[in-house]
Every structure is written in structure tokens, then in C-alpha cells.
Design a protein. Structure first.
Length: 446
């Protein structure tokens, strides 16, 4: 059986894609499976320190509590997933990536550095180690060194205004921010602008709930000590460079108040923030660079369960505002840059007379996983700029590998990228590192 959707999305792009019923149900099924795990393992984690009789007596109560929370989380996620389907569909446009000499630079972009506390690795690699193709995952020292190398290269070769696209740290812990700050202050002469990512603000570890939002308040306080007041978003800035005057919109896409792991990665701008964006765009003119952490688009088929957590819930309204601004004047070129998924993507949405350019950035420290689902471990920064005809483009700059030498391992990520996502990746996949074989090891004497 097949279902066919004939809706038109906010940007005027027909969403007429045939999707099988099992594919439609894949996301809810994945959420139900995760919820079952939450129900089974949550009480066990909570009762780990109790005596056997006490644990046995409390088991029904804890199971009922966990089940109610899990069902609530799944219902919330399904409702949000239905709204996210209204987001504009991104169409591939590899031409958004340019050589450095094609651009008049505006600013430097970094994303998803995921700096950790001393002695810890990124949580993402704990959950799915198959994403990292080497034996040893990067630790805090490696990530801090990577950030320093990136900023040293930026100071030498790129615009001094550095815009961070979220997930500067891994769990929002103050110890992580201290590590991040130490890496940043080691390179002077740069001006930094930050937007929050879900790992900075919303992150709850498995079976760690935050129903009072007390933990979120602590993470918000830590973010604001380094990135500015969250209440100030949207932040409107102006950059004057050889490209002329550019308006920069910095958005907080983490307004969804996550209370448990099922809602960690859900993005939302909120009506109050988008109302202010509308007012600012009404007064603006000329090129606009919009920065957020979450995606403002979806791909055509929308089949992978994790896609429900990539796109901001109200991305459809932001898309409509940007398309209306773009349509007002041919000179109102718009570029949206975001992070979140650790995948390099380039595309457009909107009508033929009002296209919005979108570049998704890989992790600046751990690399890109768009083509294979495995991070390539390449340190990268991006430079956003304008071409001679006034259109936006982005130049990617590789600085080297995060880990200079490590033993490769043969393993697969838990989720492979869908074909529609691979189509949005503007570069072919790099050859994956090969694990050593006996013959190779004998030749090298290892």
C-alpha cells in the first residue's frame, strides 16, 4: 500500500512523494521501541541501590511511572513530527559551495565542536560508537586541541568574526564551558558570536529526567556566561566587509523545554522570537545571513526516525518569513547556515523567484558524516561570503585531522544516511580508513 501527499509546503514547493505505509510508520515504531527500553531500563536504573525486597515492592510503581512518562514523550514526539512535516523541502544545490577566491568573505562559521569535560568523550559516540571509524574516540584534550587549531587557522586566513552554530559543548556542563573558554581565549584577535545548540541547553542523558527543568536552568546559566543572554534572541547584527553591509540574524532554536531524553533534540524558535524576526526583516534590506542550530528544512521523503528531531518544529513559519523577504527585492539574498546533524549539505527551498540558500555544516571537530554515516574526523571551518553577482556561497576549509594517527576499526553506524540526504551532500565521500589486516601488519612490521 502507498500513500501520496499532495500538499504544498510553506515555500511553495509541491510535496508529492509516494511513500509506503511501512516507511510512514518507521518513525513511530522507532519511538515506541525506544519508549519500551525506557520503561524496562528506567526503573532498573532508579532502583539499582535498593535491597531486593524493596526493589521488588517498588517495581510496579516505578514501571507505571516510567511507562506514563514514556507514553507522554512518544505522544509529544509524534505530534511534533506531524508539524515538522510542514517544513520546506530542500532541493540539492551543490553550487552553494565555492572556492575561496570566488567569494568576498563576510564571516567565519564553526559548528558542533562538542567540547567535553576532562576525561570524557562525546556522548554521541557513547550511544553510537559506529560513527567513529577509529579505535579510540576523541577525548576532551583532543577536542580542545582541535578548536585551538581551527581558531589559529581562522586568525591566519579567514574573517575575524566567528559565528558558532550551536553545540559548542557536549552536555552543557560548566566544566565543558571552562574547557571551551580555555581553547577560545588562546587565540586573540577574533570576535565570537554564539547561538545555542541542543547539547548546550537541552541535553538529558538516558534515564536522567528533568521534569522541574532545574537542570536546564543550570545549563542555561552556563551558556549565558559565555554566549550572552538567551532572552536577547533573536540577535540582529551587522557586518561591514568588502562584500558591503550584511544583516546577520542569530536565532535560538532550543526553545522547546526538554524534560527527558525523548525530547532532547527537538527544536523550536517560538512565536515571540519569530514575531521579532518578522519586525526586523520588515526594516532590513540587502543580504541576510540567518544562523540557527536546528535544520529549517526537511528532505523529500522524511523517512529516517531521527529526522523528526533535526528540523525545528516551526521551521515552516521561519521559511515563510524568509521567502517573503527574498521576494521583496532581488538584492535581498538570504543564506541560512545551521549545524546539528554533523552533515555537510547544500540546497535551496522556495519558489523560482524567491529561493533561500541553505548550508548545513559538519562538526568542525569530529567531521562530516553525510555520505556514509561515519564521521571522517576532519577539522573544518567555513567562510560565508558573497559572489560578484550578489548571491551567497560558502567555502569549506580543511585544517587537518582531529586525531593524527589512530587504528581504524570495521564497524557501522546504527543509522545509515538516506539516499535523499546523500543527494544533498555536495562532495563525494572520502575513502573510509581501513582496519589493519594481518598481511598489512606484517608488511609494516606492526
Amino acid at each position: 500500500m502507498r500513500l501520496r501527499s499532495r500538499r504544498r509546503n510553506v515555500a511553495g514547493v509541491p510535496s508529492s512523494v509516494t511513500v509506503r505505509v511501512p516507511d510512514r510508520l518507521r518513525g513511530p515504531a522507532n519511538l515506541a521501541t525506544f519508549a519500551t527500553s525506557y520503561v524496562v531500563r528506567g526503573p532498573a536504573a532508579a532502583m539499582g541501590g535498593l535491597s531486593a525486597p524493596a526493589a521488588l515492592a517498588l517495581t510496579p510503581v516505578c514501571a507505571a511511572w516510567a511507562a506514563s512518562r514514556a507514553v507522554s514523550g512518544v505522544a509529544d514526539a509524534v505530534r511534533i513530527g506531524m508539524r515538522v512535516r510542514r517544513a520546506p523541502v530542500l532541493r540539492p544545490w551543490p553550487g552553494l559551495l565555492a572556492a575561496p577566491d570566488e567569494l568576498r568573505p563576510v564571516c567565519t562559521l564553526l559548528s558542533d565542536t562538542h567540547v567535553t569535560a576532562p576525561g570524557r568523550g562525546p556522548c554521541e559516540l557513547d550511544v553510537d560508537p559506529g560513527q567513529w571509524p577509529w579505535q579510540t574516540a576523541p577525548d576532551s584534550a583532543a577536542l580542545v586541541r582541535g578548536v585551538r587549531r581551527l581558531l589559529t587557522a581562522v586568525r591566519r586566513d579567514a574573517p575575524p568574526t566567528v559565528v558558532w552554530c550551536g553545540d559548542e559543548v557536549d552536555t552543557g556542563d560548566p566544566a565543558e564551558w571552562a574547557q571551551w573558554q580555555a581553547a577560545v581565549v588562546a587565540t586573540d584577535g577574533l570576535a565570537h558570536r554564539l547561538v545555542p545548540g541542543n547539547h548546550d541547553i537541552c541535553f538529558n542523558r538516558p534515564h536522567d529526567h528533568d521534569y522541574t527543568l532545574g537542570e536546564r536552568a543550570l545549563r542555561e546559566r552556563a551558556y549565558q556566561a559565555h554566549g550572552g543572554r538567551l532572552a536577547d534572541f533573536p540577535v540582529v547584527d551587522t557586518i561591514v566587509s568588502d562584500a558591503g553591509v550584511v544583516t546577520v540574524l542569530l536565532l535560538d532554536s532550543c526553545r522547546h523545554r526538554s524534560t527527558h531524553i525523548l525530547s532532547n533534540a527537538i527544536g523550536r524558535f517560538g512565536d515571540d522570537q519569530l514575531d521579532e524576526v518578522a519586525r526586523q526583516l520588515a526594516r532590513a534590506r540587502g543580504p541576510v545571513l540567518c544562523i540557527a542550530h536546528h535544520h529549517v528544512w526537511r528532505d523529500a521523503r522524511f523517512l529516517q526516525p531521527d529526522e523528526w528531531y533535526n528540523t525545528a518544529v516551526d521551521a515552516d513559519r521561519l521559511g515563510a518569513l524568509l521567502v517573503a523577504y527574498r521576494r521583496r527585492d532581488p538584492r535581498n539574498q538570504v543564506l541560512v547556515c545551521h549545524g546539528h546533524r554533523h552533515t555537510l549539505t547544500a540546497g535551496v527551498f522556495g519558489d523560482a523567484d524567491a529561493t533561500i540558500a541553505v548550508v548545513g555544516l559538519p562538526s568542525s571537530t569530529m567531521g562530516d558524516k553525510a555520505a556514509t554515516g561515519r564521521l571522517d574526523g576532519v577539522l573544518r571551518y567555513a567562510v560565508a561570503g558573497l559572489r560578484g553577482d550578489g548571491t551567497w556561497a560558502v567555502a569549506m576549509h580543511a585544517v587537518g585531522r582531529l586525531v593524527a594517527s589512530a587504528e581504524a576499526v570495521a564497524r557501522r553506524p546504527s543509522t545509515l544516511p538516506a539516499a535523499s540526504l546523500r543527494a544533498l551532500s555536495p562532495v563525494p565521500p572520502a575513502a573510509p580508513p581501513r582496519p589493519p589486516t594481518r598481511r598489512r601488519a606484517a608488511r609494516t612490521g606492526s
